[in-house]
Write a protein that binds this ligand. Sequence first.
Ligand SMILES: NC(=O)c1ccc[n+]([C@@H]2O[C@H](COP(=O)([O-])OP(=O)(O)OC[C@H]3O[C@@H](n4cnc5c(N)ncnc54)[C@H](OP(=O)(O)O)[C@@H]3O)[C@@H](O)[C@H]2O)c1
Length: 385
Amino acid sequence: MRRVAVLGSTGSIGRNTLDVIASHPDELQLIGIAARSRVDLLAQQLAQFAPAVVSVWEEEKARELSRLTGRSQILVGPEGLMALATDPRVDVVVVATSGHDALIPLIRAIQAGKRIALASKELLVMAGELIMRLVKEHGTSLVPIDSEHAALFQCLQGVDPSHIERLVITGSGGALWMKTPAALQTVTRDEVLAHPKWQMGRKITVDSATLMNKGLEVIEARWLFGVPLERIRIVIHPEAAIHALIELVDGTIMAQMSPCDMRLPIQYALSFPTRWANALPRLSLTQMKSLRFFEPDLTRFPCLRLALQAARAGGSACVVLNGANDVAVHAYLDDQIAFLDIPTIIEETLEQHTPAASLTLDEVLSVDAWARRTAQERILQWSTR
Ligand SMILES: NC(=O)c1ccc[n+]([C@@H]2O[C@H](COP(=O)([O-])OP(=O)(O)OC[C@H]3O[C@@H](n4cnc5c(N)ncnc54)[C@H](OP(=O)(O)O)[C@@H]3O)[C@@H](O)[C@H]2O)c1
């Protein structure tokens, strides 16, 4: 029996994780859940799973949850998230929060020897070098949930690192892959949020439309698998049947295929190194009409160009990229800027920064705060023009 804590239980990944837990009562037990503010959903999850621990981000939300459920013991804020991530009853911590609030709880969970199932790619983009070093030092494991990285992780099992020529991350192309540059100027929010293949939270859906998501994934893969950037490739694959491939030195290519259902990589992250049977949808090979692959377009999708530039520049540039992108995407979702302003905000923030390598946790947090402040100031200048 694996005892699980889910940070971000009310989100898209969090809800899918609880579904996996409900489908495997003999293998998994939910010990605790945490969310920011959706207390109505948290109350339902408490009623269904009766976990021992629950945490919310703000005092007011804790009072609301207490009124709804009659619970008196509710953890709050960063301390609450940290206490859940390091709770002695927990074996596996699923990190599925949006934003950067779970960075320190993730680090403390690793230091406490917890096994990690990681969805929150932004945390690896910010502090991948540090996180992977701690995983090694504390002799624990970190299994990715992100579908492309789960695919790479599976393809790489049993493969000698010296036999790897290249990692290939696929992407469906997001909602706007077929749009012309002129059409991108007038794209609506509904079009941006209409991902053709995956049902996800709003921030990652915008990142998929700008292709920033693929850039973040390259940085994520670099730290997870210790493969240099020049040997990680992106291809656009609109059918999204193959989630990643590895190319070996003898010319062999191994690919991972599965339906677009996040419960599969979540289940694998929780079951690894074994596999459990399930009743999830299957991929039908005979119903697949074609498998197409394209080079990504860095001109129509400048966010991807910026992400690859930041990845090459190293350490702190990735922190700035991530912080500025997070602020810009939320400003877009809040109607403060237009879709094509997102890369401009990121680029202008990156231009004001001098990259440094190998950051400490304090340095990561300080660069992240600077990037968010700088991007926010730029947005405010625009909105008050
Ligand atoms: N969705 C996918 O299919 C997918 C695939 C690959 C990777 N990912 C990654 O997984 C992460 C989550 O994505 P998502 O799509 O599930 O996002 P989402 O639907 O927006 O959910 C985010 C979750 O994080 C919680 N949260 C945010 N700040 C928090 C805080 N300070 N303390 C506790 N909980 C907090 C939210 O709580 P409230 O609901 O209360 O606000 C919610 O439960 C992202 O890093 C994303 O890139 C997602």
